[in-house]
Ligand binder design. Structure first.
Ligand SMILES: [Zn+2]
Length: 52
């Protein structure tokens, strides 16, 4: 798993704090789980499906 995205600033608020969310989604169950990098400040979603 690459963490390069964690260095990106949020385009909305400029914050670099992020939360990695993992959620099981039936739609993506074949891939196990989806990940989303979410800005800790404003909740902006950076990326989903890091495994692609
Ligand atoms: Zn933000």
């Amino acid at each position: 798993m690459k963490l390069g995205k964690l260095d990106e600033q949020c385009p909305k608020c400029g914050c670099q704090d992020k939360t990695i969310q993992r959620k099981l989604d039936p739609e993506y169950h074949a891939h196990g789980s989806t990940r989303a990098f979410v800005c800790s400040e404003c909740g902006y979603v950076f990326k989903k499906g890091e495994d692609d």
